[in-house]
Design a protein around this ligand. Structure first.
Ligand SMILES: [Mn+2]
Length: 318
């Protein structure tokens, strides 16, 4: 049986389905969760989307946003758990428990580092996004694309391609053409995901830019924000999106590093321009991702991260 057939069968056999995704959910994580929620509801399934850490308000424009449960119910009981956009069990954080307790599991993802931890795994790492992979699955299942589905899927693809800048394939545009047929508001989605800010968020970016330094012959851009910044500016999860790109945009830079606090740990984002596979670097620190966009969390001290990470990146500089 093909993977697509197995997925279809598992879904059709299930009544109550839970959708989960990775910690610090981005546009693709949230967009794909809502895309799948709408699709499964359309074929009569009971569906919960669970995102315990909450969802940034930039995603409020996505239809179905208000149906996301930001907590885990006590006596839950699902037939099927579908994990989206998460390369491994650890990235599912508190939702890992739901995945492990549910009798049937499906993993749908596009991370090259995916561990294939589900009963059925649809991992096409060539695809721009998990949303793109989902659209292939929905087409296989003959689920028609509504405007709601299209808005959520478009947001996910837009987010993971940086506004169609990278990771795009001919298939990406073929599928997006289909989404546009439903009459979605592409300008509104773009503005909410990329341009819309708050004063505090812009000030946080300012602090990161102030601290930005170039290392290793100006090939590495390094910057960070602190717990104090976040407290003073009342920063929410998701307010950091895109800060890492400012370093990467500087002429001559190959890798941009952005460090931010994450409870008692640090979260590190890595972006490369031309040749460096930052997913390999992130995996050395227990993380993962894509060739040009990856990250990890660590309990190391700030100075230690900076030293060991920069040394590791330097080894791979041309
Ligand atoms: Mn993704």
């Amino acid at each position: 049986m093909s993977v697509l057939e197995s997925i279809k069968e598992k879904i059709l056999e299930s009544n109550s389905i839970v959708i989960i995704t990775h910690e610090h959910p981005d546009g693709d994580a949230i967009g794909s969760s809502l895309t799948l929620m709408h699709a499964l509801k359309k074929i009569g399934k009971n569906v919960d989307v669970i995102i315990p850490n909450g969802v940034h308000k930039m995603y409020d424009i996505l239809p179905g946003r208000e149906e996301i449960k930001e907590y885990i119910e006590e006596n839950y009981n699902y037939d099927l758990c579908i994990a989206l956009d998460s390369g491994d069990l650890e990235r599912l954080y508190v939702c890992r428990e739901i995945f492990e307790k549910t009798p049937n599991t499906i993993v749908i993802d596009h991370h090259i580092t995916n561990q294939n931890y589900g009963d059925v795994n649809y991992v096409n790492a060539v695809a721009s996004s998990t949303c793109q992979n989902l659209l292939v699955i929905l087409a296989y299942m003959d689920i028609a694309i509504t405007k709601e589905i299209a808005t959520c899927a478009y947001a996910g693809i837009l987010s993971d391609t940086g506004g169609f800048k990278y990771n795009v394939q001919p298939e990406t545009f073929e599928l997006v053409a289909m989404l546009l047929e439903t009459g979605i508001d592409t300008a509104k989605i773009y503005r909410n995901l990329f341009d819309l800010s708050t004063l505090n968020r812009t000030k946080l970016l300012g602090r990161a830019i102030d601290r930005l330094e170039l290392l290793s012959n100006n090939k590495i851009a390094f910057t960070y924000v602190t717990k104090q910044d976040e407290e003073e500016l009342n920063i929410a999860d998701g307010d950091h999106e895109n800060i890492v790109y400012y370093g990467r945009n500087i002429e001559g830079v190959e890798v941009s590093v952005f460090v931010r606090p994450d409870n008692d740990k640090f979260k590190i984002s890595l972006r490369s321009n031309e040749y460096m596979d930052v997913s390999l670097i992130a995996s050395k620190f227990g993380g993962g991702g894509h060739m040009k966009a990856a990250g990890f969390s660590t309990e190391m001290s700030f100075e230690h991260i900076k030293q060991t990470l920069i040394a590791e990146i330097e080894k791979n500089l041309k």
